[in-house]
Write a protein that binds this ligand. Structure first.
Ligand code: RIB
Ligand code: CA
Length: 298
């Protein structure tokens, strides 16, 4: 079981919200959550981080991260996540005591060593590495939801998180830090059908309640509906898959190599290098982990 404090960088986003719920229910040692613009604009992603931290009782320190990328055109994905980023769900409003992005460096120094899980564009991590290259010594590992090798979800064969800020992706991937990439190639294998969602959530679609699990189920179902509308096979909870990979790497397997990122964020992989790219997953066992979260979370 991983024991180091964890910093989650995220752009909620329906699948980010589910990822934070999974992190809470599987007892990830979430020390700090950093917001980043991505799925929706930075004001919404930050509000969602603050409100989810309260609603899920994560009690993490919050840092307000970038509201524009280091590179790229700053596109968003309201068609997938809704105008407010979490499917129109209104959470109880939490008090925003967020710190400035410079506190991310201070946090790494104070902790000595931390694991990072990135669920959005890599803007914040790239910023810290550029401003304080020595901070890499305080980063034990980075688990990155991002990239797509045989699968893309934005134009030019790219994936959303890398495509939002290609330069940031390049900076992080070439940092020499112990990085595991959880790309679309594996997250699309964990698509969830309506029947599987009803099994996991314990609620029929459109018959949820105001409990934590009920609200998280409503967000999952919103993710499902927009995925089906885009002709995907089911709900795509990319970020929750990355959190489960961080906790249970034995449910996945991958290959180490070198990953390059072009100006659009499209990735190429070649064997021989220190970046682990996860390509396969024990899908049924991941579904059981999700079922556990939604059962325990009641
Ligand atoms: O491409 C999928 C990724 O982009 C996920 O993290 C999703 O939340 C969006 O940020
Ligand atoms: Ca995300």
């Amino acid at each position: 079981m991983r024991k180091l404090p964890v910093i989650i960088d995220t752009d909620p986003g329906t699948d980010d919200a589910v990822a934070l719920f999974v992190a809470k229910t599987l007892d990830v040692n979430v020390h700090t959550i950093v917001s980043v613009c991505g799925n929706v604009n930075g004001s919404y992603t930050h509000k969602n981080v603050v409100d989810l931290n309260g609603f899920l009782s994560l009690d993490a320190n919050i840092i307000k991260g970038a509201d524009k990328p280091l590179s790229g055109s700053g596109f968003t994905a309201e068609e997938v996540h809704g105008e407010n980023g979490i499917g129109g769900v209104i959470l109880p409003e939490a008090k925003d005591n967020a710190g400035h992005i410079s506190q991310l460096y201070d946090t790494l120094i104070k902790l000595g060593k931390a694991d990072i899980i990135t669920l959005g564009p890599l803007t914040n991590i790239a910023y810290i590495l550029r401003e304080h290259p020595e901070a890499k010594e305080n980063i034990n590992s980075i688990t990155v939801m991002g990239g797509g090798f045989e699968i893309s979800n934005i134009p030019n064969n790219a994936e959303f998180n890398f495509g939002c800020d290609p330069m940031a992706a390049q900076i992080v991937l070439f940092s020499g830090i112990d990085i595991t990439i959880v790309p679309l190639d594996v997250t699309h294998k964990v698509y969830l059908t309506k029947e599987e969602l009803e099994y996991i959530c314990g609620f029929e679609m459109d018959k949820t309640d105001n409990s934590v699990v009920g609200v998280m189920s409503e967000i999952m179902y919103y993710n499902y509906k927009t995925a089906i509308a885009k002709q995907d096979q089911g709900a795509l909870i990319h970020d929750a898959t990355a959190v489960i990979q961080y906790l249970y790497p034995e449910l996945f397997d991958g290959v180490c190599g070198t990953v390059t990122v072009d100006g659009y964020g499209a990735t190429t992989f070649k064997e021989g290098g220190n970046i682990k790219v996860v390509f396969n997953v024990k899908r049924d066992l991941v579904i059981e982990k999700l079922k556990f979260c939604f059962t325990k979370g009641h």
